[in-house]
Design a protein around this ligand. Structure first.
Ligand code: AMP
Length: 278
């Protein structure tokens, strides 16, 4: 595995590989890698000639300074995991490398009205920061394929729209959520939750499945009520939102649209998100 800290040298390396006709799969991450991230690396390895993983805790997507400060950082362990996966490239830039002139100058593309619902409503500015960093990383790496997890469904939808508006020649690959045995979606943030709470947190996925199992038998209002009741039985948990929306618009569905249920739950001061495609 080749490790880059310099955007310039990585860009030169990728350009050379692309001239040789190689396809490049890119997996952006904030590190503290788990099996969810590794499934994206594996998919890129299966489908592309070169897999490039970035590990960068992007300050501009945190709307909470304490969350940014406490976000886990484990670059040495990450490098070993990537090496073991035979990932081809690790890009681990500094904040200065990504934002040499400061982080203020970004004109977010008009991705429509997906920004101010769900995560966007509860984390103002979050998706502007995500678009900013993904846009800059895509400028540097210019991959043929971009791998992102559907655990962050709204992020995937927004980045897909951004890529389309920017006219980038990159194929978006949305990958399924990898879960613990009890259904809890794997997340770097789970590191900060106690083992006992993680065991109880299977309730979050159960509530999503409850909606899926009962779809068609109840109205959306009733389904949400059922799911909320189940999540509220999570000891020490606090539900922030539970929504059932159109996969396409992320808003209240028109008839016969593909639906998705999404939620955010606080547990031991940590914010966990999950979803299920219905
Ligand atoms: P993060 O490091 O949290 O920014 O995540 C980097 C990428 O990994 C994003 O595209 C996430 O959606 C994806 N990801 C995170 N958790 C999982 C998971 N449990 N299963 C699949 N992909 C995931």
């Amino acid at each position: 595995m080749i490790k880059f800290k310099s955007a310039y040298h990585l860009n030169k390396y990728i350009q050379k590989q692309k001239k040789l006709g190689k396809t490049v799969g890119f997996i952006p991450t904030m590190g503290t890698l788990h099996k969810g991230h590794l499934s994206l690396i594996q998919a890129a390895k299966n489908e592309c000639d070169i897999a490039v993983c970035s590990v960068f805790v992007n300050p501009t997507q945190f709307n909470n300074a304490v969350d940014l400060e406490k976000y886990p950082r484990n670059i040495d362990a990450d490098a070993i995991l990537l090496e073991n996966m035979a990932c081809d490239v690790l890009f681990n830039p500094s904040v200065k490398t990504i934002y040499p002139d400061g982080a203020d100058k970004f004109n977010a593309p008009e991705v429509g009205d997906m920004l101010d619902v769900l995560e966007g409503k509860h984390r103002p500015g979050h998706f502007q920061g995500v678009m900013q960093v993904i846009s800059l990383l895509l400028d540097i790496i210019d991959p043929t394929q971009l791998y992102m997890g559907l655990k962050d469904f709204q992020q995937f939808a927004i980045c897909s729209k951004m890529v389309e508006l920017q006219g980038r020649a990159v194929e978006m690959r949305g990958m399924p959520t990898v879960r613990e045995a009890n259904g809890l979606a794997m997340s770097s943030r789970n590191e900060r939750v106690s083992a006992a709470a993680k065991n109880r947190a299977g309730i979050i996925y159960e509530s999503l499945q409850l909606v899926k199992d009962n779809l068609g038998n109840y109205s959306i209002i009733e389904l949400k009520k059922m799911a909320k009741k189940h999540i509220n039985s999570l000891e020490g948990g606090e539900l922030e939102y539970f929504e059932i929306v159109s996969q396409k618009t992320l808003r209240e569905p028109e008839k016969n649209e593909g639906l998705i249920a999404l939620c955010a739950v606080w547990l031991e001061g940590i914010r966990l998100i999950d979803n299920i495609i219905l």
